[in-house]
Structures are given as C-alpha cells and as structure tokens.
Design a protein. Structure first.
Length: 241
C-alpha cells in the first residue's frame, strides 16, 4: 500500500486507537493490582492443595471405616461358627465350620494389619492437611492486605480527563483517503490489527515475529511512501520516521 510517511503515522495511530476502543480505554495499571492478582493466584493454589490434602484424609478415613465394618462382620461370623461347632456332631459340618472359622480369623488378622497401616497413614495425612489449612489462612490474609493496598492506591490516583476516543478516531480517519481506509479495514478484519510499527528494524509490532534478515532488509529498503507487509501476519508495517 502506498502512503506518504506522515499519513503512515496517522494510520498507525488510528489502528492503535481503534484497538484501544475495542477493549475500552482503561487507566494505567497499578502495581498494587498486579500484587492482588498474584496474591489471589497463590490463594487459589493454596485452596486447591488444601482440598487435595483433605481428600486424601477422607479416602483413608473411609478405608478405616470399611476395615472396621468388615472386622465386626468377620468377628460375628467367627463367633457364630464357634457356637455352631459346640453343637455340631456331623464330621462334614464340623469340617466346614472349622474351615470357615479359620478363614474368618485369618482375614481378621489381615484387616488388623491394614487398619494399623491406615492409622499410621492418617496421622501423617492429617498433619499435612493442617499445614495446608494454615497456608490457606496465610494466603487469604495476603489477599486482603493486597486488596486494601489496591483500594488505597486507587483512591490516591487523581481523576484525569476522560478520553473521547470516538472523536479521536473520527479525526484520524478524516486525515486519510477512502482507498487507504478501505485497505486498512480489509487487513484489520483479516488479522484484528491491520497496521503496526516495525520495531527495532527487525520485529513486527503486530505478531512480535522477528523477521528473517532478507525480509528485514527488503522492508527497510522499500520506498518511503510504501508500507510493506509482515510475511507472517499480513499487517502493514510503519517504519521509524
């Protein structure tokens, strides 16, 4: 696209102002806002870790309840077998009762071993849960501190005049020919930018791609009244004045 250098700067400003308008003009970012976002992220991580720690505790506690329930059933079965043995006289019946009683006692022994392991594990898991709970509380305090700091910083920032971006856009468009605006709009619809600066004589300001040396040379050596395009994103590039 051919356009005199001064108008290229106008088109670049138009492109940037339209993108600003698309997202809404905002006040400059405060450092306290970044601190709050960081604190909130850390708080969320702490909550996730605490939830995982609690889930591990719940799983082992459920295992303990299951083992205790199974143990009660097996002890009842073992007592029933013992009672029936005292009255049974048939050898086959007695053999089956003895076998069942032995199996019940063997399984009870296994369960007691499992229960001991679960009790040992639950102690460590509860300690871990408590540690994560303390971290959640500390992270929550940091969030509240950061929130108060942001509120104080926002109150301290003097209110500036509001920008009339629509007026700015209209004034910039009025300085450009219709054919230039049409080509700009076509490219803007294609990649969401349209026009950006050629930064440090090597980087596309639109896609941040560092262009190959041959392409950089071609862009820099192009006539001043021409706007080269980025081979990666297609944006028209405005070179430094």
């Amino acid at each position: 696209m051919k356009l005199e250098p001064k108008k290229q700067q106008v088109l670049l400003e138009l492109s940037r102002t339209m993108r600003l308008n698309a997202v809404g003009a905002q006040a400059p970012e405060l450092a306290e806002k970044a601190d709050l976002e960081k604190a909130e992220t850390e708080h969320k991580r702490a909550l996730d870790a605490a939830a995982a720690a609690q889930m591990a505790v719940d799983d082992v506690e459920n295992d303990i309840l299951r083992i205790q329930s199974d143990e009660r059933k097996l002890r009842k079965r073992e007592r029933d077998d013992k009672a029936q043995l005292s009255a049974a006289t048939d050898p086959d019946v007695r053999r089956e009762l003895e076998h069942d009683r032995y199996a019940a006692k063997s399984r009870i022994a296994d369960l007691m071993s499992e229960l001991q392991e679960a009790h040992n594990e639950i102690h460590a898991l509860r300690n871990n849960r408590d540690v994560h709970g303390a971290r959640v509380d500390e992270a929550a305090r940091k969030v509240e501190t950061a929130r108060r700091a942001l509120e104080a910083a926002q109150e301290a920032v003097p209110a500036g005049p509001e920008r009339d971006i629509d007026r700015e856009i209209a004034e910039l468009r009025a300085q450009l020919d219709d054919d230039v605006l049409a080509e700009f709009e076509r490219q803007r619809l294609e990649n969401g930018v349209g026009v950006e600066a050629f930064k440090a004589e090597k980087t596309c300001g639109s896609c941040s791609m560092v262009l190959p040396p041959a392409e950089r040379a071609a862009i820099l050596n192009a006539p001043k009244n021409e706007m080269p395009q980025c081979s990666d994103c297609g944006s028209y590039l405005v070179r430094p004045a």
